[in-house]
Ligand binder design. Sequence first.
Ligand code: MG
Length: 388
Amino acid sequence: MKRRLAILGSTGSIGTQTLDVVRAHRDLFEVELISALNNTSLLAEQAREFDVNNVVICNPDKYQVLSRELENSDCKVFEGIDSLCSLVAGANVDIVVGAMVGFSGLRPTLSALEAGKIVALANKETLVAAGSIVTRTMREHNAVILPVDSEHSAIFQCLLAAQGNPVEKIHLTASGGPFRNWPKEQIASATAAQALKHPNWKMGAKVTIDSSTMMNKGFEVIEAKWLFDMPADRINVVVHPESVIHSMVEFEDGAIIAQLASPDMREPIGFALSFPARITVGNKKIDFATLGNLSFSAADTDRFPCLSLAYESIRRGGNIPCALNAANEVAVAAFLEGRIGFYDIARICREVIDGVNFAEDPSLDDIFATNDEAAARARERISDNGIY
Ligand code: MG
């Protein structure tokens, strides 16, 4: 039986790489549903190539354009997040690939979990914003989350060798991003174009900026906390510029199990889609004869304050990580537009998490309210009196 996929965010970086894996394994997978926010032309092209049954354009303004592009096909075209939420729960979906960007992935992810689906999750912001609700929903409905984020896929793979032994520590590797060796004064005047030049990974714009600030690594600490039920003080970030070791798990006897592969997202995507089997994904294999040195160093939270903000937000708990995520989404968008400087991202996040109304045990409604409040506070600071 082929596994039937719903790919949310199919026109983005993870979405297109997921379809690369499917293209190479048509005997294993079929695509039941794809969705995108705006990119109607690529979405229509994908729908035809993979003979997809249901296509959702999340931006309702684009519905007419997409309908026209697909009028001579068998695809059913839908618009809006509500349609997406009901379709992911459908009986003909086995695996939901969560590859939407940011907070927008939360609702469809929860719908998939409520329907007891396997969710291959790349959209870490869903766990950052609502980790307790997402993991509770997963447990209550016997759903499964398989990590697609390369570090978390690595940890998951290392844990398969744990044989039930308790994990002492998780070592989350970080490339350090494009500014790893830059002095603070130079980072302060970094442009979006410079931040978008990631040395190792091919990713979308949002996560690439988050990598340059190391907010991405901070979010990954929060993601690991929820996925692996591990307190944040036992999740250690280690800078490893080569991005060959994708993360490690340490046991009480000091033994450490690491997962290695060349930095290519198709490897964690393929493993999540085919788990527990392994399949070819077309990536470059590691050649130890030419690999050279692997290097490691501590993360520098003075030059990359977003990493500390993420740890602090987990310690404070409740809705604070949600507020951090919302402030960061607004600040990153403003940085990409050239409206604020690099360190303004961290400044805005700090102000928002200190100012937001605290909810210790947030309901889903509280999470949506926090997301709106924090985003509004961030937008206010950006436009306010030219402070930024
Ligand atoms: Mg990652």
